[in-house]
Design a protein around this ligand. Structure first.
Ligand SMILES: C[S@@+](CC[C@H](N)C(=O)[O-])C[C@H]1O[C@@H](n2cnc3c(N)ncnc32)[C@H](O)[C@@H]1O
Length: 457
C-alpha cells in the first residue's frame, strides 16, 4: 500500500523506502520546510495522522492503544501505520519544541536526561521494582523497599517518581505506586539488563567523550577511545569485557543484547526476504546468544544456522542460550579467515561497533566464500543495523540512530552508517560488491544492507 501523504505541508514520505545503492536511487517523495509550520498546521498534522491510525484500527477490528488496559496491544507494524506514527511523532515533537514560555525550558530537559537513565537503572535493573508491584495493585514505597531489599527509601522513591514523568509507573496516592503500560514491559529481566549496561559501562564511558576527542582526535584505534579512558585500560571494549574479572559485566551485556533485540526482531524479520535463502545455511557472525538467529529460524525453520562469536561469549551461549539445540555455536574471530562456507553471513549490530578499517577486514575475511551471486553459487553478506537517516528527514526520526552513533563513537571509535556509507564500505573491501538497502524505519538494528559479489572474475 502506498505511504500516506498526511498533510500537504508535511514531511518526507519514505516509508519502506528501498534504496538500491547500486543504482544510487532513493525513492523519496514530498518535501516541506519546518520553518513554514505553525502551531495550527502542526496540530492539523496530529489530527490527520491520528485519524489514519484510528481508521486503520477500526477497519481491521483492532483495539486502540490505551493507558487503561495494561496489556494494551502495540500498533501493528505495517507500512501505513509506520508512516502515520512517524508523522505524528514529528508533529508532536515540533509542537513541544516551540510551545514554550521560555525556550530554555525545552533545552533544560536534555540537560537532566542523565537523571532519567539513572532512575531507570536504579528502579528497574538494580531493585527490580516492576516485579515488586503486582499487576493491578498499588504498593506503598515502604513495602516496595521491603520486597526489593532497598535500604534507602527516599532515593528509591525519587527514582520511581522520576519515571512516573515518562508514564513509567504512576503514583496513585502519596507514596503508593502502580503499573502503567510501560512499567509492565520492564518486568522483563533481559530488558532490565540492557538498561543496566547502558546505565553503567556506557554511561561512565560517555563522561570521557570530550577527553577522548582531545587526546585521540579522529582515532581509528579501537583501544584509544572514551571507553578506554573511562575504564583506565589500554584494551578495546571486547578485549576488556571478555577478561575473567569482567565475567559479571559480560553476562549483563549478553543478557542486555537479548533484551534490546526483543523489540526489534519483528521488524527485522519482516525487513528482509529471509525465505530467499530457502534450505540454505546462514552464519550469524558476532551472534552472541543466538537470540536473533532463533527468531529468524522460527519464521524460516528450514534454514541451518551457525552462531559464531568470541570464545568467552560462545561458552556462555552454550550454557544458557535460548537457542541451544536449535543452532550450532562456534568460536570464531571475525577478523580471521572464515572457515565455513555458507549461503549468507549475517552481521547484526556488529559493524557499528567497529571502524571502517575493521569492518573491511571482517568483510575480506569472508570474501573467499562469496562467489558470483549471478550464477547461483555465491554467498551473500547481510548486515542489520540502525541506518543513519538522510539529512532531509525531520527530527526526531533520526534520534535513535544519532544516539546509537554517539554510543558507538564512545565505545570503540565505531559508528552508525548511511546507506551510501555502507555501499562505499563494501566497495572499499572489494570493488565488485553491489549492495541493496531494506529500510524499516523501525526500532534499532532492524534496517538491512545486503551485499553480494556481482562478477566472479
Ligand atoms: C553488539 S553485540 C551484537 C550481538 C547480536 N548480533 C545482536 O544483534 O544482538 C556485538 C557482538 O559481536 C561480538 N564480537 C566482538 N568482536 C568480535 C570478533 N572479533 N569476532 C567475533 N565476534 C565478535 C561480541 O562478542 C558481541 O556478541
Amino acid at each position: 500500500m502506498a505511504p500516506h501523504r498526511i498533510l500537504a505541508a508535511t514531511t518526507l514520505s519514505h516509508t519502506d523506502r528501498e534504496a538500491d545503492s547500486s543504482t544510487g536511487e532513493h525513492r523519496l517523495t514530498g518535501a516541506s520546510s519546518l520553518e513554514q509550520e505553525t502551531l495550527q498546521s502542526l496540530a492539523n498534522t496530529v489530527q490527520s495522522s491520528v485519524s489514519v491510525i484510528t481508521d486503520y484500527l477500526k477497519a481491521h477490528n483492532l483495539p486502540e492503544p490505551t493507558f487503561g488496559n495494561l496489556t494494551s496491544p502495540n500498533l501493528p507494524f505495517v507500512p501505513e501505520l509506520k508512516e502515520a506514527k512517524r508523522v505524528l511523532l514529528e508533529a508532536t515533537s515540533a509542537i513541544e519544541a516551540i510551545a514554550q514560555f521560555n525556550k530554555f525550558d525545552y533545552v533544560g530537559r536534555l540537560i537532566l536526561l542523565n537523571q532519567e537513565l539513572t532512575a531507570l537503572k536504579v528502579a528497574v535493573d538494580d531493585f527490580d521494582v516492576p516485579n515488586a508491584i503486582p499487576i493491578d495493585e498499588e504498593v506503598h514505597i515502604s513495602d516496595i523497599c521491603k520486597r526489593t531489599g532497598c535500604l534507602d527509601e527516599y532515593k528509591l522513591l525519587s527514582s520511581i517518581r522520576m519515571l512516573t514523568q515518562n508514564f513509567i509507573f504512576k503514583e496513585t496516592k502519596l507514596g503508593y505506586f502502580a503499573h502503567t503500560i510501560h512499567s509492565v514491559t520492564l518486568r522483563d529481566r533481559d530488558i532490565a539488563a540492557y538498561i543496566g549496561w547502558n546505565g553503567s559501562t556506557v554511561m561512565t564511558t560517555s563522561t570521557k567523550f570530550t577527553d577522548a576527542m582531545k587526546l585521540y582526535p579522529n582515532s581509528k584505534d579501537p583501544s584509544k577511545s572514551a571507553f578506554s579512558l573511562a575504564h583506565n585500560t589500554d584494551q578495546t571494549l571486547f578485549e576488556w569485557i571478555t577478561k575473567p574479572e569482567q565475567q559479571e559485566t559480560l553476562a549483563g551485556f549478553n543478557k542486555g543484547m537479548i533484551g534490546t533485540s526483543k523489540y526489534s526482531i519483528e521488524a527485522l524479520s519482516k525487513a528482509y526476504p529471509w525465505n530467499t535463502l530457502g534450505h540454505g545455511t546462514l552464519i550469524d557472525v558476532g551472534g552472541g546468544q543466538g537470540h536473533v538467529s532463533l527468531a529468524i529460524l522460527s519464521a524460516n525453520p528450514e534454514l541451518k544456522i551457525t552462531v559464531q562469536d568470541l570464545p568467552e561469549v560462545i561458552e556462555h551461549s552454550k550454557e544458557s542460550s535460548p537457542a541451544r539445540g536449535k543452532v550450532t555455536f562456534e568460536s570464531h574471530n571475525m577478523f580471521a579467515p572464515q572457515p565455513k562456507k555458507a549461503d549468507a553471513y549475517f552481521f547484526r549490530h556488529v559493524f557499528h561497533d567497529h571502524t571502517d578499517d575493521a569492518c573491511i577486514k571482517a568483510i575480506r575475511a569472508t570474501l573467499h566464500h562469496l562467489r558470483s551471486a549471478k550464477n547461483g553459487t555465491g554467498g551473500r553478506i547481510i548486515v542489520a543495523e540502525t541506518i543513519m537517516q538522510p539529512l532531509d528527514v525531520r527530527p526526531p526520526t533520526g534520534r535513535q540512530a544519532c544516539a546509537m552513533n554517539m554510543k558507538m563513537c564512545a565505545l570503540q571509535n565505531g559508528r552508525e552508517r548511511t546507506v551510501d556509507e555502507f555501499d562505499r564500505l563494501f566497495k572499499a573491501a572489494d570493488a565488485r560488491f553491489k549492495t541493496k538497502a531494506f529500510i524499516t524505519n523501525g526500532p534499532v538494528g532492524s534496517d538491512v544492507i545486503e551485499a553480494w559479489i556481482e562478477e566472479d572474475n
